[in-house]
Structure formats: structure tokens, C-alpha cells
Write a protein that binds this ligand. Structure first.
Ligand SMILES: C[S@@+](CC[C@H](N)C(=O)[O-])C[C@H]1O[C@@H](n2cnc3c(N)ncnc32)[C@H](O)[C@@H]1O
Length: 368
């Protein structure tokens, strides 16, 4: 499928994400009946409470509610006894989670939905609960200073500087692993990694948990990983790689991305969620350095939150740009057109999109 078609297909989906399913059905029906109804403050008031769902989810993850319900439906009394939380507190969040469609209640017993069973139980491979801990403990405190950041144009935390960033990232990158694992598997299939007959060296830039390199290494014993990140984060990368049985095929190169040793002759280079904290100037330098580290016919892969070319949507990449205002001096989100131009400027050919289960499609380009 063409890159423009891949992006267009994503837009309505992402715009709908901010409303619960029941709400979306209601809005659509009403429009059909009345044509252009007068505006109401309903959506505005829904957003006024927008901070509540992630915090309710985080509280439930923290008290292991989804893990306990994975054993089967339970009453609030049983959940309180097993978790150590109060019945009053649990009743409030359990009912809210029913309203938000993350749980169902049958009589006095609460149960998981297919969605919470897949993504909020900590033993499941697609567990997303770690992200809510990061959001409540690391992101929301900084978002409370948004008003000031808009005034000064300066971030609250400079996450791409080693002084602020190393500890900030070391604390949460492991929680990001399940968010990109499936997309990394799709990438591996697309690149033919499971059928690789010769060595494949993967340069994982800003490796974090190591998800991109590890997923590819698990698809073939011919894959070796060269992971670059700050030293404290590389400790996490090494422990995750070991747990996935690929620790012996991981080499690490500590340091700032523009100074660390990238090595040379790699077949694949992954840049997962890095450009948004690097900003325009450093991203362009990083792509040039990546080009030099790849072998001819090597592929660079970029995972990012991509707004459309007019920057009118989808909402998530535009909201993420505000997150980057708060978390990096030159942070922002960039369009496919912008990133493609930087790739071409660095010498890459054929920037293209690959549909994958990620916030946006992946961008691929080839070193001639
Ligand atoms: C958002 S995380 C992404 C991790 C992983 N690539 C993924 O997609 O899940 C960004 C990673 O880049 C690293 N990083 C960010 N800026 C860096 C810099 N200037 N030098 C070295 N590492 C950096 C962070 O430590 C962190 O591990």
C-alpha cells in the first residue's frame, strides 16, 4: 500500500480514540438524525475529567486488580482481602472501571473484559500497565507545569540531556517493551529476518528496553545486536536481553547518541521513539551518522508519533508534541514528509511507511 494511503487510513481511527466506545456510538447516531445539532458542552466536560481514567487505571494496576481478576470474577470483599486495599476505595475505582468498559460486573462480582485481560494483566505479553505508572509518576507531575512551559517555551525536564534523562529513562523503559514488541515482530517478518541465511547485525539506537533488537534477535539466531544508550539504561537493556535468551548476542555502546560508537556495516538500524526528543537539528545529524553505520542495502527503521502533513491530526501525535514541549529542549513530533526529507538529505533512498501495530506506521528507508 502507498505511504499516503497508509496515513489516510489511520486518521479517523486516531481521532476517535479520545471518546469511550459508548459515547462514540451516541455522537454518530445523533448527527445522523439532526444533521447539524447545536454545540453542547458535553465533550468539553468529558475532557475536564480526562485526567481521571489514566489515574484510575494506574491505581488498579498498583493494587494488582487486573492480575487478581485474571483468576476469575471476584467480589470487592475478596479483592480487598487479597490486595490489602480498602473496600471503599476499591468499590469506587471498580465501578468507574465498569463505566469505562475495562471491567464488567455480574451481580456482585467484577470480571475482566477481553481488552483488560489482554493488556492490563502483568503476566500477559502485551501488558501495557507499566505505561500508566510512568504516566502518573513521571509525566503528569510535569504536565501540571504546562502553563509555565507554554510561557517560557522551555521544558520541565530535559530528557535528552544525560543529567536529567538517564535516570528518567532507566526508570520506565522496561515498561515500554510490550508497547513495541508486536510492531518489531511485524518489522522482522517484513525484513525476512526469520528466513535470514547470513549474519544480520542490528544497530538499536536509543535501545531502552532493547525491544527492537531483541524482537529481531528472537526471530533468528543469525541476528546480533549493537545497542546504544546511556550506561544506566544499558543495564536494563542487558537484563531484558538476558531474560529473552539473547544476552549473548548483545553488544552495548554507552554514551550520547551523537558521540557513542555506532560501529559499521549493520544490515538494520532501528530508531525507536528517539527523534521526538532529539529535535530537528540533532535528528538530522543522527540520521547522517546512522547512514554511515549501515552496510549498502541496509535499512533504517523509525518508529514515531506522526502527525499528518498539515498538523491537523491525528490527536495523539499532536498531544505528544505538547508532551515533548515539557520533556526536551527541542522536542516535537514530525511529519512523514519532514522525516523523509531528512532521510533523503542523509543519503537514504525510498522513504516509505510500513503498517504495524504501533502509534503510527513505521518509516523505512534504504542506504543505496
Ligand atoms: C522513549 S525511549 C525509547 C526506547 C526504545 N527505543 C523503544 O522504542 O521503546 C528513548 C531512549 O533513548 C535514550 N536516549 C534519549 N536521548 C538520548 C541521548 N541523547 N543519548 C543516548 N541515549 C538517549 C533513552 O535513554 C531511552 O532509552
Amino acid at each position: 500500500m502507498k505511504s499516503s494511503a497508509i496515513l489516510a487510513r489511520r486518521q479517523p481511527q486516531a481521532a476517535a480514540q479520545l471518546e469511550p466506545r459508548s459515547k462514540r456510538r451516541f455522537s454518530t447516531q445523533r448527527k445522523k438524525v439532526t444533521g447539524h445539532p447545536p454545540p453542547t458542552p458535553e465533550r468539553l466536560m468529558q475532557f475536564a475529567w480526562g485526567y481521571a481514567p489514566p489515574l484510575i487505571l494506574e491505581a488498579a494496576v498498583n493494587w494488582r486488580i487486573f492480575d487478581l481478576l485474571d483468576k476469575g470474577p471476584q467480589t470487592v470483599g475478596l479483592l480487598a482481602a487479597q490486595s490489602g486495599a480498602s473496600e471503599r476505595g476499591l468499590t469506587a475505582i471498580l465501578n468507574a472501571l465498569v463505566g469505562l468498559e475495562f471491567l464488567v460486573r455480574k451481580g456482585t462480582r467484577y470480571a475482566l473484559t477481553p481488552e483488560s485481560a489482554a493488556f492490563l494483566v502483568s503476566t500477559k505479553p502485551a501488558y501495557h500497565g507499566g505505561f500508566f505508572r510512568h504516566m502518573s509518576r513521571q509525566l503528569i507531575p510535569n504536565w501540571l507545569q504546562l502553563r509555565e512551559a507554554v510561557g517560557t517555551g522551555r521544558p520541565v525536564v530535559a530528557a535528552n540531556d544525560e543529567a536529567d534523562g538517564q535516570q528518567f529513562f532507566a526508570e520506565f523503559v522496561e515498561g515500554l517493551f510490550p508497547l513495541s514488541y508486536q510492531a518489531a515482530q511485524v518489522l522482522g517478518e517484513h525484513l525476512g529476518i526469520p528466513r535470514a541465511a547470513s549474519p544480520v547485525s542490528v544497530l538499536d539506537i536509543g535501545a531502552g528496553s532493547g525491544v527492537w533488537g531483541i524482537a529481531l534477535a528472537r526471530q533468528s539466531p543469525n541476528v546480533t545486536i549493537h545497542a546504544v544508550d546511556w550506561p544506566a539504561v544499558l543495564k536494563v537493556t542487558r537484563s531484558v536481553a538476558k531474560r529473552h535468551g539473547v544476552g549473548d548476542r548483545l553488544r552495548t555502546a554507552p554514551g550520547d547518541l551523537l558521540e557513542a560508537d555506532f560501529g559499521a556495516g549493520h544490515q538494520v538500524a532501528t530508531i525507536g521513539h528517539i527523534l521526538h526528543s532529539e529535535g530537528r537539528a540533532r535528528s538530522r545529524q543522527l540520521l547522517r551518522k546512522t547512514f554511515a553505520a549501515l552496510a549498502p542495502a541496509g535499512t533504517v527503521v523509525i518508529s514515531e508519533f506522526l502527525p499528518n502533513d498539515d498538523r491537523t491530526g491525528p490527536p495523539t501525535p499532536l498531544i505528544f508534541a505538547v508532551n515533548m514541549l515539557l520533556h526536551a529542549a527541542a522536542g516535537d513530533t514530525f511529519t512523514f514528509a519532514e522525516i523523509s526529507a531528512w532521510l533523503r538529505e542523509a543519503g537514504f533512498k525510498n522513504p516509505r511507511l510500513l503498517e504495524a501495530p504501533a502509534p503510527s506506521p513505521l518509516i523505512l528507508a534504504t542506504r543505496p
